[in-house]
Ligand binder design. Structure first.
Ligand SMILES: [Ca+2]
Ligand SMILES: [Ca+2]
Ligand SMILES: [Ca+2]
Length: 279
């Protein structure tokens, strides 16, 4: 029992130190652009690339000493494209780039190429365009996509220092945004995408400028949802889908950090129980 108390004291000290560091490091550099054609956004994309470094390497498992990663969806095979579901772990298994997706919806779709049995652009050719031709990405039955990071090709949790995404057809303010969370699930950064005219393109990205580590990215894409090709969740709200993800190399979480965070969950629970008894 005594050793348990000592452990809690140590954890509390670690929590205080961790909290102080997080407060001091609440800064991200924003990159954003919008326009009617991909060319309008290319200089901002290039500046974001320069800021986070590295080439466009993908394919092999593991880390590459700081190589930037990009997902443009365009090489996803037809068997995993609309109308077939897109696997949430495709970019950590089939093509290991250290990203696993989740959503409160019912899954994900990558759009079909033109000329096939399934219409391109999720069946909305008058609303969407790609930044990188031809494929786009969306959650299904949800406007939320959560991006988790792993040491590429492994189950080792990782964090990154930068993330950016392209949207198309983000017409209404306040409903399309990026949010970054740290290992303790604290919100580090939030930024709305610039809105555009119908069928426009928008890019928003954030780069940690003081050592912040991003454990999860939440992408909110409009208020409407894609149900299936050509079918929206409702007739009124703004529908928005995604193209390229660009991010700094996911780096494995140090084991000591992961252990402290696990213990913090236990310590927090103990604290709540003690408080409950005094009320
Ligand atoms: Ca539209
Ligand atoms: Ca694309
Ligand atoms: Ca829209």
């Amino acid at each position: 029992m005594k050793s348990h108390k000592n452990t809690l004291k140590l954890i509390s000290a670690a929590a205080i130190a961790l909290g102080a560091e997080m407060t001091a490091h609440a800064g991200f550099t924003v990159f954003e652009a919008s326009g009617n054609t991909p060319v309008d956004l290319t200089p901002t994309r290039d500046a974001f690339r320069t800021a986070i470094g590295g080439g466009t390497t993908a394919g092999a498992n593991g880390s590459f000493g700081g190589e930037r990663r990009e997902i443009n969806w365009d090489g996803v095979p037809a068997v995993f494209s609309d109308s077939a579901a897109f696997p949430a772990n495709f970019f950590n298994t089939n093509s290991p780039r250290g990203v696993v997706l989740s959503t409160p919806g019912s899954g994900f779709l990558v759009s079909a190429n033109a000329g096939g049995a399934t219409p391109e652009l999720f069946g909305f050719p008058a609303d969407f365009q790609s930044f990188s031709a031809q494929k786009l990405f969306t959650a299904v039955n949800s406007n939320i996509t959560d991006v988790g990071f792993f040491e590429p090709g492994t189950a080792v949790p990782a964090t990154t220092s930068a993330f950016g995404v392209f949207f198309t057809d983000a017409e209404n303010a306040g409903s399309t945004l990026l949010e970054f969370f740290d290992l303790g699930n604290n919100l580090l950064f939030s930024r709305e995408a610039l809105i555009t005219a119908n069928q426009g393109l928008s890019f928003v990205g954030g780069v940690a400028n003081a050592g912040e580590r991003i454990s999860r990215v939440r992408i909110t894409s409009g208020l409407n949802t894609i149900v299936t090709n050509g079918v929206l969740g409702n007739p009124n709200d703004d529908v928005v889908v995604m193209d390229d993800f660009i991010y700094a190399e996911p780096v494995a979480v140090p084991e000591t950090g992961a252990a402290i965070l696990t213990c913090l969950g236990v310590a927090g629970f103990g604290f709540m129980r003690r408080r409950a008894r005094t009320v």
